[in-house]
Design a protein around this ligand. Structure first.
Ligand code: PMP
Length: 432
């Protein structure tokens, strides 16, 4: 008998949380690290949200509450979703969770049987892939390609759908690429889904970056396309839009009340309810008239940083980076750097068992952290299947300009330091 259940060996993780100890290890040697690995806005939540939370705690709103989410919040969410996406959902279609994340695993558990296929974007938020083997479903990565501006090409999706497809995950604006879908793309994807999938195949549309969109574009949801509201789970939350990652409030809008109740039952089984004082803070976030301009200001700051940093990044030999349309990440191709410093060769020379848990871009990521003191995320952290031949990094622009500029300087010196890289690998430091 083994200590852990077999399925426990199958669950993945989110490396953004795992890189922390590496950063601590480097900083404990006395060298501060430039942290461009973070997936949270470097802003404070709006004061009216924080004040409301405090007020609710003071009036003792700190007991169990409706497991589906408090009604005033679900009403505010339904109103907001209907206004922004032209839908007609009721508060009973809404279920509230501690963050945007829980509905990813719940969706897989609620809809998928062993052997069902789940199509998901890769690179994409790691939790999509993490859960699939845990529930004994089959991962079908939809590789977002650089030459297609990381968009999800309709013909690509069409080729992946089979009679076993049960769930299709989409994420626009995208983590980690910053890709935003156009109306024409979503329309075409919806056409394919309606034509090739049975009505009980669900689309999980992760729209958590819906308010962080650049260049005057507007957020679009696949749920707004003809015939898609009845197939789509819209997921969003307050972590990114309101710089409130610690508030742990997110939600899903389900195609039917029965499905929303299935999610509510998961809430009852796992955590009973989300803290009611935080839910009141979230309600305030949606209802306060100052919130829209506040989000627009934060987005403008991200956009200005994108514009300031992109050219510098692209000036580094061996790096090319597209212009993201939303979220707060840059996703450069570092294939030229991996080649120049010998990361491709070093990777090929590793024992098979070590190779299975790394990639050339991961070797560079570790080298950049341990030797040049800049923390970024590697491509593998956003879907490991097929990642070894794709050489990318994710750079978060959730840091002030000075920090970002210093980070780019450090990445540039790492990208030229072939000798340091060889030593790093020879000493086995990449295995730290
Ligand atoms: N989806 C995506 C695409 C994300 O990037 C994140 C957070 N990084 C989440 C979901 C989870 O958000 P939360 O912190 O609200 O659980």
């Amino acid at each position: 008998m083994t200590l852990y259940a077999e399925r426990n060996q199958c669950i993945g993780t989110e490396n953004a949380f795992k890189i922390g100890p590496h950063i601590v290890a480097v900083e404990s040697r006395g060298t501060p690290v430039v942290k461009l690995n973070l997936g949270e806005p470097d802003f404070s939540a709006p004061p009216w949200v924080k004040d409301e939370v405090c007020r609710q705690v003071a009036i003792d709103n700190s007991h169990y509450c409706d497991p589906k989410g408090i009604l005033p919040l679900r009403q505010a969410i339904a109103r907001q979703v209907n206004t922004t996406r032209g839908l007609a959902v009721t508060p009973e279609h809404v279920c509230v969770f501690p963050g945007g994340k829980p509905s990813i695993g719940f969706t897989q558990q609620i809809y998928c049987n062993p052997g069902d296929e789940i199509i998901y974007p890769s690179p994409g938020f790691p939790i999509y892939e993490s859960f699939i083997r845990y529930i004994d479903a089959v991962p079908v990565p939809l590789h977002l390609e650089e030459h297609r501006a990381f968009s999800c090409a309709p013909e690509q999706l069409a080729a992946l759908i089979t009679p076993r497809t049960k769930l299709i995950i989409l994420n626009f604006p995208s983590n980690p690429t910053g890709g935003v879908a156009t109306y024409a793309q979503l329309y075409a994807l919806a056409d394919i889904i309606r034509a090739q999938c049975a009505p009980d195949v669900r689309v999980y549309s992760d729209e958590i970056y819906e308010n962080i969109i650049f260049d005057g574009q507007k957020h679009l949801s696949i749920a707004s396309m003809p015939g898609m509201a009845e197939r789509t789970i819209i997921s969003s939350g307050f972590s990114k839009s309101f710089a409130w990652t610690g508030g742990r409030v997110g939600y899903a809008v389900l195609p039917s009340v029965q499905e929303a109740d299935a999610f509510k039952n998961m809430n009852i089984n796992y955590f009973s309810c989300v803290p009611p004082y935080n839910q009141e803070g979230a309600r305030e976030a949606l209802e306060n008239a100052q919130s829209r301009p506040w989000m627009a200001e934060m987005t403008k700051t991200f956009e200005q940083r994108r514009d300031a940093i992109l050219a510098r990044l692209n000036a580094i030999e061996g790096i090319s980076c597209q212009r993201p349309g939303g979220a707060f990440y840059l996703f450069p191709n570092i294939g030229g750097v991996c080649e120049r410093i010998g990361a491709l060769e070093a990777y090929r020379g590793l024992p098979a068992a070590v190779r299975a848990a790394t990639a050339p871009a991961t070797l560079f990521q570790m080298f950049a952290l341990y030797r040049h003191h800049v923390a970024v995320m590697d491509r593998r952290s956003f879907g490991a299947i097929g990642a070894e031949d794709r050489h990318f990094l994710r750079i978060s622009i959730a840091a002030d300009l000075e920090t970002l500029e210093e980070g780019i300087v450090r990445l540039a010196s790492a990208s030229r330091d072939a000798e340091g890289f060889q030593q790093f690998v020879a000493r086995g430091e990449h295995l730290a």
